[in-house]
Design a protein around this ligand. Structure first.
Ligand SMILES: Cc1cc2nc3c(=O)[nH]c(=O)nc-3n(C[C@H](O)[C@H](O)[C@H](O)COP(=O)(O)OP(=O)(O)OC[C@H]3O[C@@H](n4cnc5c(N)ncnc54)[C@H](O)[C@@H]3O)c2cc1C
Length: 650
């Protein structure tokens, strides 16, 4: 074992810069390039990384000390023969509010190449494939009509700072009620996942959540209750449509209290389970509304007064809330948002749903099945605009036959509360074409997207940048412009989806714990509308490929030739695969039909693994299954299909 000095490397013109963060203590094992201390001048924040892997022997500085080039920070025990004299390169970041040197958080640069996933042989990437670090596709729950694409979160250049070593308590505040190695703000799918992963990696975690129940939007008022109600809706419509199978049932008797109880039971089971998991991991949960007081302190307004949490690292996971249109009568209980619609107070006779994106159409599916006459109004010229039109068409055809009206290229210009209902005045999207006459509805659901909560947490007190829309920009390790503060989930950008939040959560927790090789690697984030039929897509869409001039090949299998789909009486689906021209590597997929949300997973794996059409067509799929539709599409691309006539040679 040899001992080497870790010195401040050449940091340009800076001299006597104060140390604002110390991430190590004697005995810590540090990886090469792990950040050891952070220095901050009025121009820049500079992290001093470890020049080699080893164990910290002695710390030679304390918080607030001023250092210059050559100052000794610590001594490091390294394996014999590994000692080198060369100091590491400093990792620079511009001071808050200015553009980033070395690819500062959330700014400018393109995605990075990350190493292939563990256990995966390296694949030579096809130029048409989305690079790792650049999520492709992804329709958000947060967009009206699903229009917005991915965001400011990932693929924004290499992390400006390397991973930091586990918390040192350096930021402990003497008067704080709690101190955390890792403080997590918000307990949605992003927050609780981050808290649990950080705890499993040995960190002392405090999780702050304003509501008594953990789980955030997804578990309490989003993904889970909506899917419970959608299941009930499917049972109702399957029964209704049983006559063509030679089965008929009477009109269903809907016990709203019973249905609500079922949905609430599912939510309670999951959120109660989370509370148990938090306890078992010794995660301290604090109920209250948190706001930053300084870069290392959060003030929490609790039932018992103000509490404070000091922290070495923080992960902001404060999520999003339903967007509003100004001028609507929000104090009228007949105007619903997704939360009040999921509460299922009653079944209206006529219901208007403003927004033809995923959330609007899922709620339309529920209320239509329960017996409401539904109208959907959408500003854009198509429903679920983030997906290709051909995979939305079968859904649109079906709901056109069931709903009262679908109004495209139309907006609600005015909504008035009258004693007999809410009166909607329509206007064409271009403001010139004729629009439908005003109509009165018993209930109106506003589902025009979600906005991030970035402006509600006093982020400025911690020096964290928030953009004008309320998103917090992060780099490809989920780090904000403040090196010890990370952000994940809806608050960092589109697509606003729970599975994006949980993946980002694990990444942030692992980076904080010093797993410095980690960066955002996912090539795509799949999107699913759990409508009937379901619509799912991932990777490149045809719309995007055409807009960007990306050459591709495609194969479409129509479910009319699927024995399984025919046997279910639901042959309106289709499975479309997009391939890179020439190599036939999978670059995108779109599926519409029963269980499309489950089927899309195989195509995501194909994209991640760099599979091509032949890989899929030589993979034996059980017969008869809907999963065969993926395989049949690959066979079409391969020219080996026998269940249909082979495509004409081009
Ligand atoms: C009706 C509906 C259906 C959906 N269905 C799906 C689906 O099927 N699949 C899918 O992937 N996504 C779905 N989503 C989206 C999904 O719910 C979100 O993407 C996901 O919840 C985001 O997770 P998050 O952790 O970023 O934030 P959130 O779940 O929003 O959690 C943030 C948490 O932070 C808390 N918080 C905020 N500010 C503070 C503060 N100052 N102090 C303390 N606590 C605070 C909030 O109370 C909340 O609990 C749906 C959304 C809705 C509305």
């Amino acid at each position: 074992m040899a001992t080497v000095d870790i010195v401040v490397p050449d940091i340009g013109e800076f001299k006597n810069i104060p140390i604002i963060e110390i991430s190590i203590k004697p005995g810590d094992v540090v990886a090469k390039d792990a950040s050891l201390v952070t220095l901050e001048s009025d121009k820049a924040t500079v992290e001093v990384p470890s020049p080699q892997a080893g164990t910290i022997k002695e710390l030679k500085v304390k918080m607030g000390d001023r250092v210059s080039k050559g100052s000794i920070i610590a001594t490091l025990d390294v394996a014999e023969g590994a000692a080198t004299a060369a100091p590491a390169k400093p990792q620079g970041k511009q001071a808050q509010g200015s553009a980033g040197a070395g690819g500062s958080a959330g700014e400018g640069a393109e995605g990075v190449d990350a190493p292939p996933a563990k256990g995966v042989p390296p694949v030579t990437p096809d130029p048409n494939l989305p690079a790792r670090g650049q999520p492709a596709g992804g329709g958000s729950r947060g967009d009206q009509g699903g229009g917005a694409q991915s965001n400011g979160a990932h693929g924004k250049g290499p992390s400006a700072a390397p991973a930091v070593a586990p918390g040192t308590g350096a930021a402990k505040h003497p008067d704080a009620t709690y101190h955390a190695d890792v403080l997590v703000l918000g307990a949605g799918p992003g927050g609780y996942t981050a808290a649990f992963r950080a705890a499993d990696l040995g960190q002392k975690v405090v999780l702050v959540e304003r509501y008594a129940r953990l789980g955030g939007v997804c578990l309490n008022v989003g993904c889970i209750p909506s899917k419970a109600l959608l299941h009930a809706a499917k049972v109702i419509t399957d029964a209704e449509e049983g006559s063509h199978l030679g089965l008929s049932f009477g009109k269903p008797k809907i016990d709203l209290d019973g249905l609500r109880k079922f949905k609430d039971g599912v939510v309670n089971k999951l959120t109660g389970g989370l509370a148990g998991l938090a306890k078992a991991r010794k995660v301290t949960t604090v109920e209250g509304r948190g706001q930053f007081a300084s870069p290392h302190l959060l003030a929490v307004e609790t039932k018992d007064g103000m509490k404070t949490v000091s922290f070495d690292h923080c992960i902001i996971a404060a999520g999003s809330q339903a967007a509003r249109i100004t001028g609507f009568p929000y104090d009228d209980k007949r105007l619903l948002d997704s939360t009040s619609a999921l509460a299922l107070a009653e079944i209206p006779k006529r219901m208007l749903i403003i927004g033809g994106g995923i959330i609007g159409l899922e709620m339309a599916t529920v209320y239509d099945a329960l017996g409401a006459k539904v109208t959907v109004v959408e500003f854009l010229d198509r429903l679920i605009a983030a997906a290709d039109p051909d995979i939305v068409r079968p859904l649109q055809r079906r709901i056109e036959g069931r709903y009262e009206k679908i109004l495209l290229k139309t907006k609600v210009a005015k909504l008035e509360a009258l004693p007999e209902g809410l009166r909607a005045t329509f206007e064409s999207a271009d403001g010139k074409s004729p629009a439908p006459a005003p109509e009165i509805y018993d209930r109106v659901l506003l589902a025009v997207g979600r906005r991030p909560n970035g402006k509600n947490i006093a982020a400025d007190k911690a020096g964290v940048n928030v953009n004008e829309r309320g998103f917090i920009p992060v780099d490809n390790q989920m780090r904000t412009n403040v090196p010890h503060i990370f952000a994940i989930g809806d608050i960092v950008g589109e697509p606003m989806l729970a599975h994006k939040a949980t993946h980002e959560a694990k990444l942030a927790a692992e980076v904080i714990a010093g797993m410095s090789h980690h960066a955002w690697e996912a090539r795509t984030i799949p999107s699913v509308a759990y409508t009937d039929p379901e619509v799912a897509w991932m990777g490149l869409t045809e719309t995007e490929a055409k807009a960007k001039g990306i050459e591709y090949e495609k194969a479409v299998f129509n479910w009319g030739a699927s024995g399984r789909a025919l046997g279910m009486g639901r042959e309106e689906g289709l499975t479309k695969l997009l391939f890179a021209k020439g190599s036939k590597q999978v670059v995108g997929a779109g599926i519409v039909g029963i269980n499309a949300g489950e089927l899309i997973a195989e195509t995501v794996l194909a994209l991640e693994m760099g599979a091509d059409a032949e890989d899929l067509s030589l993979t034996i799929h059980a017969h008869p299954t809907l999963s065969e539709t993926v395989f049949f599409s690959a066979e079409i691309a391969d020219g080996t299909i026998t269940d249909l006539l082979p495509p004409k040679a081009k």
